[in-house]
Design a protein around this ligand. Structure first.
Ligand code: NAD
Ligand code: UDP
Length: 310
């Protein structure tokens, strides 16, 4: 199978490229290197069936492929708020360009959507049928509404043009190849603990998230692409919920650090709780996460230790 991975030099995209190459597929990786980097895919150059292109998804592109994984978009609040208009363009124009390509060449296409479509959820845990509580004019809206509009486009191309789509809603995922300066909570806390710096808790740390290890996430994405039971959306994440303070304490324990926890202002519209209902993924994909937080941190910490010493 010939596959295009947009955002393929990013954290999740690079793991998807790697898994597909291991399975013997041809992989075209397309990235503008905004938050991703060549280092994430440098080890894949040894595969004869791997190609890397610098390209921005807001501009059209043509390749003959059977599968498209549309992963291109900054995922960290720090990075997607850096240039919010560009973030909307990446989500919306990127989706239009990818869907147009899928329509022309008859490819199946998967969209990396997000738990952010639920905004600050009033339903807990979040099921796919929940329509969300997003502030359309807030600082997170460029990402949340961009991703919501991308989902709309996926379902309209599916209804109007019979494009073969799959949509996954990804919950907070961490692991090796996250950029140390990514700005999301797991990478921030591990890097701060390793450097002996204070761990920055935004607000009082009582807000919750559910953290999925990258290997579990990638397995679910690949399974979603190759199943025929549903186009989605399917929630993918680890349903075990932690407060941010609990995460900080766990990181300190596992790094063996005596760093302090300091409270910083809570960013606007920061969701108070997040936990996926993964019943649909269990049923359709026969999948559930295998790696729990302590093991996932154990596997991520050496990567960050190495990354910050380079
Ligand atoms: P990431 O920032 O590491 O990767 C995103 C990649 O997309 C980077 O390589 C970046 O350079 C590239 N990119 C950004 N804008 C682009 C553009 N205009 N044209 C081409 N390439 C572009 O983030 P990630 O965690 O790997 O996220 C990958 C996808 O999964 C994103 O679409 C994100 O919204 C989604 N997602 C991730 C999470 C998570 O917890 N990791 C959660 C929900 C959704
Ligand atoms: N957070 C924090 N300290 C940090 C980074 C993030 O307390 O250094 C909090 C953030 O306010 C949010 C949660 O951790 O409540 C998860 O943030 P992240 O950026 O990982 O992703 P989100 O799930 O909010 O998109």
């Amino acid at each position: 199978m010939k596959t295009l991975v947009t955002g393929g030099a990013g954290f999740l995209g690079s793991h998807i490229c790697e898994r597909l190459l291991e399975q013997g597929h041809e992989v075209i990786c397309l990235d503008n290197f905004f938050t991703g980097n060549k280092q994430n895919v440098a080890h894949l150059k040894d595969y004869a069936n791997f190609e890397l292109f610098r390209h921005d998804v807001i501009d059209p592109f043509k390749v003959e492929v059977d599968r498209i994984y549309n992963m291109a978009c900054p995922a960290s609040p720090v990075h997607y708020q850096y240039n919010p208009i560009k973030t909307v363009k990446t989500s919306v124009m990127g989706a239009i360009n990818c869907l147009g390509l899928a329509k022309r060449v008859g490819a199946r296409i998967l969209q990396a959507s997000t738990s952010e479509v639920y905004g600050d959820p009033e339903i807990h845990p979040q099921t796919e049928s929940y329509r969300g509580n997003v502030n359309p004019i807030g600082t997170r809206a460029c990402y949340d509404e961009g991703k919501r509009c991308a989902e709309t486009l996926f379902f309209d191309y599916h209804r109007e043009n019979q494009v073969d789509v799959r949509v996954v809603r990804i919950f907070n995922t961490y692991g090796p190849r996250m950029a140390p300066d990514d700005g999301r909570v797991v990478s921030n806390f591990i890097v701060q603990a390793l450097k002996g710096e204070d761990l920055t808790i935004y607000g009082d740390g009582s807000q919750t998230r559910s953290f999925c290890f990258v290997d579990d996430l990638v397995e679910a994405i690949l399974r979603t692409m190759e199943q025929d039971e549903t186009v989605g959306p399917i929630n993918i994440g680890n349903p075990v919920e932690f407060t941010i303070r609990e995460l900080a304490e766990q990181v300190l324990k596992q790094v063996g650090s005596s760093s302090k926890l300091v409270e910083m202002p809570l960013p606007s519209d920061d969701p108070t709780q997040r936990k996926p209902d993964i019943s649909l993924a269990k049923k359709v994909l026969g999948w559930e996460p295998k790696v729990q937080l302590a093991e996932g941190l154990e596997r991520a910490i050496p990567y960050f230790r190495d990354a910050i010493s380079r």
